[in-house]
Ligand binder design. Structure first.
Ligand SMILES: Cc1ncc(COP(=O)(O)O)c(C=O)c1O
Length: 426
């Protein structure tokens, strides 16, 4: 075996050699499936897809209908390299919501590039908005694949804490990280998965968003030779209470007199995977905003060329069918009704989970929106193993246990809280 590995290493470059093992989440899911195969009454809290209470994948029926009824040419043909124009326009609306018109009136310019899912959008940002060898700023609890996207682009990571006491934002941690990076880098990018953070379900409040925006604007104003990019990873935003809170915060800040520094860029990684339940169709976009049209024009070119050199064009079918749904009021409303129904499922599961955890003294993290909840713990594997003995399957990650509310049937939620309580009390 060791011998075979050595032979393989003779073909692999140094970065390839760092790639190890299975994705934790998928291996936990496999463990759950194995339990089911053995006939156990097992609970699936592992995967990051919304499941109905019967365990089947929740599928937005409007999307399904439009995908199936797309003309053959829209399935077979390439999309334009940067994306179908009507989809790119929709991507801006998905990022900014109703605030879009006002932001355009104030003079903000935007550009969008289609990508294979939100992951593709994150790759576009990693490949272009940071210097190789520099650090990208993340919160200490973040979606695991970020590490790989960044490492693949030759980037390191700096982190600040997810929480500060009861607050969902460690502003002091963010500000001091920005100050520190500003002494050694000429480009600083930060990724923030908000609202409905994976893996905790945390969403920032309007005040917290404003503090983050101001921290970046202040840093940019104080360091005119450094380019700052704040990336909002909006993978779950359409399931949140305030889906377009960031665009609203930007609007409020500009109304309150914020002078947008020329060296500040804001960018949204949009994913259709969850919002439109087309995980496998690979639809997404990177939407970037800045007050100067020449800046966004240049970004349009750079992102288009990056896509061309990486995956060629993105899926035409995803772009065509989703744009078509939203071009018509009736189908747009039908999609939205389904999405509201799914949001309600998540809300109900979260409410039950929080109240059971409170009752059982399971001290979970603050959790507000989206697919997940989180138990901070120094030894997550022991908790996950103990829960597995109760046939409850969860995911151990760095610093805690991810509870996939999206996958757990509503009537099994209490069982998960009880199992966590048992695990904590042994
Ligand atoms: C935090 C976060 N960002 C981005 C994505 C990207 O998803 P996709 O590439 O499937 O659109 C995901 C998917 O799980 C995610 O959890």
């Amino acid at each position: 075996m060791a011998m075979a590995e050595n032979i393989a290493n003779s073909f692999l470059n140094d970065f390839a050699k760092t790639k190890q093992g299975n994705d934790t989440i998928f291996s936990c899911w496999a463990r759950y499936q194995e339990a089911i195969a053995q006939g156990h009454d097992a609970v699936n809290g592992t995967i990051g897809a919304l499941l109905e209470d019967d365990g089947s994948l929740a599928i937005n029926q409007t999307v399904d209908e439009f995908v199936r009824n797309s003309p053959p040419i829209e399935i077979a043909a390439y999309a334009p390299l940067k994306g179908l124009p009507e989809f790119l326009d929709l991507a801006v609306t998905l990022a900014l919501g109703d605030a879009r018109d006002e932001l355009e009136e104030i003079g903000l310019c935007h550009t969008a590039t289609a990508s294979p899912g939100g992951s593709g959008a994150l790759y576009l940002a990693a490949a272009n908005y940071a210097d190789r060898g520099s650090k990208v700023l993340l919160r200490d609890r973040h979606w695991g694949p970020y590490d790989g996207f960044l490492a693949g682009c030759g980037l390191d990571i700096a982190t600040y804490p997810l929480l500060s006491g009861d607050s969902g934002l460690d502003l002091a941690g963010l500000e001091s990280s920005l100050r520190e990076l500003s002494t050694s880098q000429t480009k600083i990018m930060s990724w923030l998965n908000d609202p409905a953070h994976n893996p905790t379900g945390l969403s920032l409040t309007a005040d917290e968003r404003m503090s983050v925006l101001k921290a970046f604007a202040d840093a940019a104003m104080g360091n005119e030779n450094i380019g700052y990019t704040l990336l909002i990873d909006a993978a779950y935003h359409l399931y949140a209470e305030e889906p377009h809170g960031w665009a609203e915060t930007i609007t409020d800040a500009l109304h309150d007199g914020l002078e947008w520094p020329a060296n500040l860029l804001l960018t949204f990684a949009i994913s259709l995977s969850k919002s439109h339940t087309v995980y496998g169709l690979r639809g997404g976009a990177l939407v970037t905003i800045h007050p100067d049209q020449s800046v966004v024009d240049r970004i349009t070119t750079v992102m288009g060329v990056t896509g061309r050199q990486t995956w060629s064009a993105s899926s035409r079918l995803a772009q065509y069918s989703i744009a078509k749904i939203h071009s018509n009021q009736e189908s747009g409303a039908a999609w939205s009704d389904e999405k509201v129904r799914m949001t309600e499922i998540l809300k109900q599961r979260r409410k039950l989970f929080i109240s059971a955890c409170n009752r059982l003294n399971v001290s979970i993290n603050p959790t507000h929106d989206g697919f997940f909840a989180w138990l901070e713990h120094d030894n997550p594997q022991t908790i996950v193993d103990s829960c597995a003995e109760d046939q409850v399957y969860l995911v151990p990650l760095k610093g805690g246990v991810r509870i996939g509310l999206c996958a757990i049937p509503t009537d099994k939620i209490e069982r998960v809280a009880e199992s966590l309580s048992n695990a904590l009390n042994v």
